[in-house]
Design a protein around this ligand. Sequence first.
Ligand SMILES: Nc1ncnc2c1ncn2[C@@H]1O[C@H](COP(=O)(O)OP(=O)(O)OP(=O)(O)O)[C@@H](O)[C@H]1O
Length: 359
Amino acid sequence: MAPPSTPSGARTDGGAETRDAPSDAAGDGDDAAGASAIDVDGLQLTYADGTEAVRGVDLTVPAGEFFGFLGPNGAGKTTTIKVFATLLLPTSGEARVNGFDVTADPARVRQSIGYMAQETSVDPELTAEENIRFACEAYGVPRGDRDERIDELLDLVDLSDVRDKRAEEFSGGMKKRLDAATALVHRPPLVFLDEPTTGLDPKARNRLWDYFERINDRGTTIFLTTQYLEEADQLCDRLAVILDGDIVSEGSPADLKRRVGGEILEVDLDEDVDPERAASLARETGLFEAGSVEPTEGGLAVTSREARERGTDLLVALRDADVRVIGFNVRSPTLDDVFLSITGENVEVESDTELGGRR
Ligand SMILES: Nc1ncnc2c1ncn2[C@@H]1O[C@H](COP(=O)(O)OP(=O)(O)OP(=O)(O)O)[C@@H](O)[C@H]1O
């Protein structure tokens, strides 16, 4: 029934693509100077089975930006990144990466980017050090710089102690960390990171974020997808949210949070109280006409510009209706609230492989 799942004319989509990239990531000297790091116009990608994964994305990411690309599972993030990394050909539209057209000039796009895919592409038969050395060779890192670069990257990703161990002995998180190191060996001016820290424990994750911040401070553009919204909030200058292949919201984290429309009043209810009934009562008070009142697990969430000043009135109204409140809190919106208000769902976070639990 289903035809092959790659788009017609697609390049292979195998995972070790950047290893083929020629050398001299940043220093080509012949690129479109001053161009945006990413410039996209009407990008569409329909897979051969008819799935419209990307439906007309317009996007500009200035050089030097730390950009976050968010969206629920299946929204089109990885497909978009793969077009930027020249692993998939767009069905229509244009995308320029570091000034080079992804369709007309894929080799030069590849020279100018680093790409850390969701699936790790480390070679299990090689040691940690050999994996990085291999990447140095593939990317043409000057011979004299390699030892220092390898030491720096092993230290960065906390693998110095196991540099001589084969990657097949590593945990999933250790492989991720090694993969991050190999994507950065050639110090590319633009790095695509597709969920680079999923599965890492908080310490390893923070270490990587520190490094990403450091390379961004040095001028490297970062295009990141992540499940950890508080990290997107902390790191990204600007974000776009993609939903069903369309960008539905774009702006700085503060802009997006402002668009949620006020503060959030969270009310915890006694377990005997039905949150749906309490939400109906809260709506009937008419206190938050410009906002929203939603039942949550065990309580209510009111999003409103009047959440703070009218919160007490709501608590009194609930008490008068014999609805037992056991706690409440008014807070500013987070990116989780942004995500929820845009997509109608909470972001799903996979278990940490190294911790065996959620963060
Ligand atoms: N090779 C393929 N053939 C057909 N459909 C595909 C293929 N790869 C992805 N899709 C579909 O395209 C849509 C976008 O998928 P994509 O992987 O780009 O989403 P995503 O936002 O990166 O999701 P996730 O966060 O789960 O990685 C989904 O409906 C997905 O099922």
